[in-house]
Design a protein around this ligand. Sequence first.
Ligand code: PMP
Length: 377
Amino acid sequence: MSAANLVDQLLCENLKALQPYQSARRLFSGEGAGEKGIDGADENQPAWLNANESPFANEYTLNCASLNRYPDCQPPSVIKAYAKYAGVTPAQTLTSRGADEGIELLIRAFCTPGQDKILICPPTYGMYAISAETFNIGVEKAPLNHDFSLDLEAIKAQVGKVKLVFICSPNNPTGTDVGKQQLIQVLEAFAGKALVVVDEAYIEFTQQGSWADELANYSNLVVLRTLSKAFALAGIRCGFTLADEAVIQALLKVIAPYPVPEPVAQIAKQALSDSGLQRTRNQVAIINQQKQQLQQQLAQIPQVTLVGDTAANFILFRTGQKQALFESLVAKNILIRDQSKQLNLDNCLRITIGNDRQNKMVLSAIQQFFQQESSNS
Ligand code: PMP
């Protein structure tokens, strides 16, 4: 029997139709970037504006003296530093391979395959549903309203039917913050029934306060965080789950024995030092300023309609010529993200804020595309 036939025979039923998450890097590989990295000044390098990464590549030092040893499961210095940064206690803090692993751990710890369900509010980040599906966990949907606020009626209708509620704020890909009053209603509706997971991957870019401050008030609140966005460390895969100590202890039952590689711990610690935090704040300010400029300039293009908000590090817009524009940008080595398959986001594209050069490149390429379009018609 061929391996392919054996796989057909053995593969879990729930995985047969599953499409893996089409991450930005799976769609366009970063391999071949060379020593300068993908943000080097090389004009031939694509402008990577498709994965909501930071355009800043910062320097770190690495001490190899203990690489022969397994690392701590939860490196205390990283846990302490992140807890301090987030204003929670170390016992309320777990670190993992990106926020993505936090999502997976929550599902594995709290949902029984073939029996339990999670709730998501699309359009939103794709990994909640994919992670659930890989473990044969059902996915209920309460789509966002047309202004991308939560549909509280639809959400409350799921009380008692789901174990986890995933709410992304600022939401990817709409860039909208979830209103505080709305979230309080969700937390109260599911009190004693389900965990409400607030994904704050983009929290540093918004003026809205973090839900980490509310952990003491809501025992069913879980907050997800990451170093991949504002901290410019998507390459090290380091995220955090903040929750009541009892929730963290449950997640530690299912986490791998050594989930945080030693080099990751060393780099995370430097990023969370006083000077690291200051650098992050400076870089966030630059990105937010660039975002405002790009947003204003895109808004002046008649064929472009801005969609949602810009609370995170990206801009979402709609255009009737979505496909042709996307392809013309790819041809110019400018990679942005097609979001048009998401619920209510037909013809929508998402641009991650890059550095000044990349933002200018993408803007002028879009302007040129529409100038050419109108001269052709
Ligand atoms: N949550 C959201 C909303 C995201 O957009 C992403 C990454 N694109 C993640 C979580 C995953 O982050 P990480 O890199 O920490 O796994």
